[in-house]
Design a protein around this ligand. Structure first.
Ligand code: MLT
Length: 406
């Protein structure tokens, strides 16, 4: 019999959102008459922008003719999309990148999970706590995390984020090799200012630490001093990989498209200390294991960069941020402690009466028919919190708030 990868056996339970879906389905089966409102997983509810639909129809028609049909897409993306990204996401913010530093993919979840393929298993990894579970689970699968005990991975360095430090993680006091940073943050909805992020870049430059910067929620930033890209900070190209996603920016959770930036000046090293460009390794990894994002989807992504496209996606983002405002205000009015929701579509809520996260999750599901995400699912420091998403329909969000207030 084939031996299994035993690191998988160390993983606790199922993936967070699978566990929630299981509990919700059990509840729905037992209570089919109840209307359950989901403010749990951050999945979008609004239709795709008209420019996106139009671009896809056109691309589908191209597939119907011998002269315009497309086969395999280039593994790292079509230049029409890469050029639109370079121009709009970076040049307009004063960041110059080359086309071969952008890798189009089927989303940031896979890229943040797969990036470990090009990194040694002996690296010491640090994550914020709470944290998006993909970073932890994929490092555990690769054998970088040790044993899971009392809610913590033995070999992972945790950087707690709580109201005590305004959700700004402290620079690690011990030597680490890789740090995952996600800002605006999932799950807390909080973020770092330019000045705060600069501290991380300077530290990484000083200590030769690799930063894995997840910017999936940058489109939701409303405040001026919050960076949209880590490359807005001088020197970051030497220390950081950045992950971007069209899932939340343009409602592509079902279409699947994102990209990863691996600057050419960013180096790792081999066991002998020889510098190795991570760009080359990621290219080698992607061209071997990935066959490109669908042409139709890349045309859809390109469409959001037109003037009209930018306006349409901004309207949808504003719709979701209005939900964030509604949630925040309503919960504050009933005396709950609420964080986030200003530069991100997530609201991080302290449970009333110090209830445990799953306890409050069950209470809201059973008594109010509202699905949330238990904070402890994002790590030990998330205990005693729940996360609400602003990606619901406005009517559902209003109804959920009415139910919570009753
Ligand atoms: C979340 O709810 O945290 C996200 O939707 C999950 C994801 O983006 O994979």
């Amino acid at each position: 019999m084939a031996l299994v990868n035993e690191h998988f056996l160390k993983l606790p339970g199922s993936y967070l959102f699978s566990e929630i879906a299981k509990r919700v389905n059990t509840y729905k089966q037992a209570n089919p008459e109840q209307k359950v409102i989901s403010l749990g997983i951050g999945d979008v509810t609004q239709p795709l922008a008209p420019v996106v639909i139009e671009a896809m129809h056109k691309a589908v028609d191209e597939m119907a003719s011998e002269s315009t049909m497309r086969g395999y897409a280039p593994e790292t993306g079509y230049s029409f999309l890469i050029n639109a990204i370079l121009e709009n996401d970076f040049k307009m913010r004063g960041v110059d990148l080359d086309a071969d530093e952008i890798f189009i993919s089927n989303g940031a979840k896979s890229d943040t999970g797969n990036i470990g393929d090009i990194l040694g298993v002996k690296n010491i990894v640090a994550v914020t706590n709470p944290v998006y579970p993909v970073y932890l689970d994929t490092n555990a699968m690769a054998g970088r995390s040790g044993i899971f005990e009392k809610g913590l991975w033995q070999d992972i360095v945790y950087l707690p984020c709580s109201p005590d430090n305004d959700f700004v993680p402290a620079i690690p006091s011990e030597k680490v090799d890789i740090i995952y940073l996600c800002f605006p943050n999932n799950p807390t909805g909080t973020t770092l200012t330019k000045k705060e992020l600069k501290k991380w870049v300077d530290y990484a430059l000083d200590t030769k630490t690799l930063l894995l910067f997840d910017a999936a929620y940058e489109a939701f930033i409303t405040e001026d001093d919050v960076p949209h890209s880590i490359y807005e900070i001088e020197g970051a190209k030497k220390v950081a990989i950045e992950f971007r996603s069209f899932s939340k920016t343009a409602g592509f959770t079902g279409l699947r498209c994102g990209y990863t930036v691996v600057p050419k000046e960013l180096m790792g090293e081999d066991a002998a200390g020889k510098p190795i460009p991570l760009n080359q390794l990621w290219r080698r990894r992607q061209t071997t294991k990935f066959n490109g994002t669908a042409y139709i989807v890349q045309r859809a992504a390109e469409a959001i960069y037109s003037k009209e496209g930018q306006k349409q996606i901004k309207d949808t983002i504003n719709y979701y941020m209005e939900n964030a405002r509604i949630i925040k205000e309503n919960l504050e009015q009933i005396g709950l402690k609420v964080y986030g929701g200003i530069n991100a579509p997530y609201i991080w809520v302290k449970t009333p009466n110090n209830m445990l996260s799953w306890e409050y999750f069950d209470k809201l599901l059973n008594e109010k028919q509202i699905v949330t995400t238990p904070g402890v699912g994002f790590g030990k420091s998330g205990e005693g919190f729940i996360r609400l998403t602003a990606f619901g329909k406005k009517t559902d969000t209003l109804e959920a708030m009415k139910r919570i207030r009753m």
